[in-house]
Design a protein around this ligand. Structure first.
Ligand code: GDP
Ligand code: ZN
Length: 302
């Protein structure tokens, strides 16, 4: 190895094995390797790096992460996928029909990461006026607990500026079930995606397949979108019951109020959550999602 230049700040754009693409303060991308003792930097990590005289760089430190998105690996252990996200966007559509607790699963992930989530109901052009108000009605309990909903259609460009504004300046990921319009929307948000991929691949010499890993793309309006097939379809691992409860933010005021400390909020007498649902203070649909997710989590852990 050659002489090292002064330490600089950078952001990891994508990682491929030991190879990192690091963006410097001017927006230029450099191929870097990470020092062995600094852990595993991932997309979105803020790092300190130094140039070596070959033109490449070496990452010498990873700054503490503000948030981290993890996914269980084949052995069930959580592995970081992306760092320092500030927004989670959950895309739904009238078609395919939003399935059961999938939305709530993503919202739990956002709560546990500590980042705001935004719902985007896309493909609204598929509904007539009546279908539209019915669909909107079905999801009104989300804004009521602090998750805004935007109603969009890629066939109606005038519906898109609020979404673009919501992403601007943030580091977001876009998730949702297959068919809701994620690829179409990413194409629209990142008109120069292919150019960015080409630039990354030229800088790192790693080839265009590098971006099958979580990759940080620059949005034209500022901010970035972290994307990859794995990011779009990430799922919660097997959570402890306590973590799952914390993932339902509106349950907060009722937690610890049940008669039994280990209440499952199911058939137990004196359940504060069920009582709140009966009074209409929390949504019965959300409570049902909680029960389904609790089952899923128990299964994932056994
Ligand atoms: P993904 O699986 O979530 O990535 O969804 P795609 O982007 O592949 O979109 C699935 C299908 O929905 C494609 O045929 C798109 O053309 C279509 N689509 C995407 N957005 C809209 C929309 O706003 N309105 C309508 N009618 N179709 C859309
Ligand atoms: Zn209870």
């Amino acid at each position: 190895t050659g002489a090292l230049s002064e330490p600089e700040q950078g952001i990891v754009v994508v990682r491929h094995g030991a190879n990192l693409a690091v963006e410097d303060a001017r927006g230029a991308v450099h191929h870097c390797l990470a020092r062995r003792n600094i852990g595993h930097p991932v997309c979105g990590d803020r790092v300190v790096w130094q140039r070596i005289d070959t033109g490449d760089g070496v990452v010498t430190a990873v700054q503490p992460r503000i948030t981290v998105l993890s996914r269980p690996d084949y052995s069930g252990r959580d592995k970081p996928l992306a760092a320092n996200l500030t927004r989670l966007v959950v895309l739904i559509a009238p078609e395919p029909e939003p399935g059961g607790y999938l939305i709530d699963q993503y919202l739990v992930a956002a709560e546990l990461m500590g980042i705001p989530a935004l719902l985007v109901a896309n493909k609204m052009d598929l509904l007539d006026a009546r279908g539209e108000s019915e669909f909107q009605e079905r999801f009104q309990h989300y804004p009521a607990i602090g998750y805004p909903i935007l109603w969009t259609s890629l066939r109606r460009p005038e519906t898109l500026p609020p979404l673009i504004a919501a992403l601007s300046g943030e580091t977001s990921i876009l998730v949702g079930q297959s068919g809701v319009g994620k690829s179409s929307l990413v194409k629209l948000l990142l008109p120069d995606r292919e150019v960015q991929i080409g630039r990354l691949s030229a800088a790192t010499g790693l080839g265009r397949h590098t971006t099958s890993a979580a990759t940080c793309y620059r949005l034209p309006s500022g901010g970035s979108l972290v994307d990859s097939p794995g990011v779009r379809s990430f799922r919660l691992g097997g959570l402890e019951r306590d973590a799952l409860e914390r993932g339902f933010r509106e349950f907060g005021p009722y937690r610890g109020e049940c008669r039994y400390r280990d209440c499952r909020h199911d058939q137990e007498p004196g359940c504060a959550l069920r009582a709140a649902a009966e009074r209409g203070e929390i949504s019965a649909v959300r409570l049902a999602s909680f029960h389904q997710l609790a089952l899923e989590c128990a299964r994932a852990q056994s």
